[in-house]
Design a protein around this ligand. Structure first.
Ligand code: C2E
Ligand code: MG
Ligand code: MG
Ligand code: MG
Length: 292
């Protein structure tokens, strides 16, 4: 018996398991108060128009400055937030913050201000109050609904009877647009695209990121990406390639007609001030162009 108990204890205190359990615990315990304490912040990553290099949109990406664990990325807490339901207040906060920020850029830069993309959790989409919430948030911020695009995943809508479809149609009626994020990584069948009022597809970085890996079958990889670009255009959708990390991939994507690209090659997620600087610089170079 002692031996069994000993073995049990060993399992319990497996250092690797334990470290993971502790951080998950630290995350879930602190998260409810972290919003009130102002520990979350949002970085913005550029989506660039491949045809002319202009800043087409920015994606809001949430981060958590945890007092003990340092800055945590969403992969480390969004899952827990979905499980505990905290994604509801957190998601609302992200929308409020990001819409306020985007409205500020419109006030400062007019038409040059980029579209704002915000990720929508599955649970948020299922919430019947989402449309009214977002309507209120848009009015409070002063952001035109046409400047906002919500990114959903293939798992957001699982069938034609899905509750989420109703709120997604409601969002589009507000004037907001939708894009399918991480396209190609889910298991859903393509028929759902018929029922979904989406205007954009974002090709998962895992397709794009593999392309320059010599160990992978890059030829087939490119054919898949090229096929997804064609599919998007056949459906009348704007297509974005995610995870574009180098110039060669960006150029190949441009040549195959991909509309927009996002990735380290075009810029990492940055503080909003950095985005403002980029918009201002673009304005400046345009003024110079006109003067020449
Ligand atoms: P996502 O929506 O697909 O966002 C793109 C992710 O890819 C971001 O990771 C971004 O930093 C990363 N990325 C961008 N360019 C590159 C690149 O060239 N190479 C590589 N390797 N990665 C790149 P991040 O910020 O860690 O976010 C991860 C995921 O967390 C997001 O994936 C999104 O699904 C989720 N997320 C982020 N913010 C929110 C939010 O406010 N609400 C919800 N529900 N989910 C969010
Ligand atoms: Mg996204
Ligand atoms: Mg994505
Ligand atoms: Mg992703």
């Amino acid at each position: 018996r002692a031996k069994e108990a000993g073995r049990g204890r060993w399992t319990l205190f497996d250092p690797k398991e334990n470290a993971r359990a502790v951080s998950r615990y630290a995350v879930s315990v602190r998260m409810p108060s972290a919003l009130d304490r102002g520990e979350f912040f949002i970085d913005y990553q550029p989506l660039v128009n491949l045809a002319d290099g202009s800043l087409a949109a920015v994606e809001a990406l949430v981060r958590w400055r945890h007092p003990q664990l340092g800055v945590l990325g969403p992969e480390e807490f969004v899952g827990t937030a979905e499980e505990t339901g905290l994604i509801m207040p957190l998601g609302r906060w992200v929308l409020e913050q990001a819409c306020g920020q985007a409205a500020d850029w419109v006030r400062r830069f007019g038409d040059r201000a980029p579209q704002l993309n915000v990720n929508l959790a599955v649970r948020q989409a299922r919430n019947a109050g989402l449309v009214a919430d977002l309507d209120r948030i848009l009015r409070a911020s002063g952001l035109q609904p046409g400047k906002l695009q919500l990114e959903i995943t293939e798992s957001t809508v699982v069938g034609p009877e899905d509750e989420a479809l109703k709120s997604l149609h409601g969002l589009v009626d507000l004037g907001v647009s939708l894009a399918v994020d991480d396209f190609g990584t889910g298991w859903s069948n393509l028929a759902y695209l018929r029922d979904l009022p989406v205007s954009g597809l974002k090709i998962a970085g895992s397709f794009v990121g593999d392309l320059h890996d010599p160990a992978k079958d890059t030829h087939l990889g490119w054919r898949i990406v090229s096929g997804l670009v064609s599919l998007a255009h056949t459906l009348g959708l704007t297509v974005t390639a995610e995870g574009v990390e180098n110039r060669a991939d960006a150029e190949r994507l441009r040549l195959m007609g991909c509309d927009w690209a996002q990735g380290w090659h075009f810029g990492r997620p940055v503080r909003p001030g950095e985005i403002a600087r980029r918009i201002a610089e673009a304005n400046l170079s345009e003024t110079v162009d006109l003067a020449e």
